[in-house]
Design a protein around this ligand. Structure first.
Ligand SMILES: [Zn+2]
Length: 85
């Protein structure tokens, strides 16, 4: 009951035939294409993650644009309390 779809014309052919009865082109071998696609996606994700990590390590200093909230400015009370500046 398993069928294979022809990549060229989309005709549904039985698994026993090796060529598409519609267009005559050889059908793809009975290979789990989804697994291959998942492997490709996983490899690409791993490469992207590795690249991102390398970039982060290479440039640990975050861009100062928009990150002023991390380091608050000294309030007037702090300046007033420490006169040894
Ligand atoms: Zn076909």
């Amino acid at each position: 009951m398993s069928h294979r779809l022809c990549r060229h014309c989309g005709h549904s052919a039985t698994e026993s035939v090796k060529r598409c009865p519609e267009c005559g082109r050889p059908l793809a071998p009975n290979f789990p294409r989804r697994t291959g696609a998942l492997l490709v996606v996983a490899a690409a994700a791993a490469i992207i993650v590795t690249a991102v990590m390398v970039v982060i390590r290479d440039d640990p200093a975050t861009p100062s644009n928009g990150t002023t909230t991390v380091e608050p400015l000294p309030t007037q009370e702090d300046q007033d309390g420490s006169g040894g500046y």
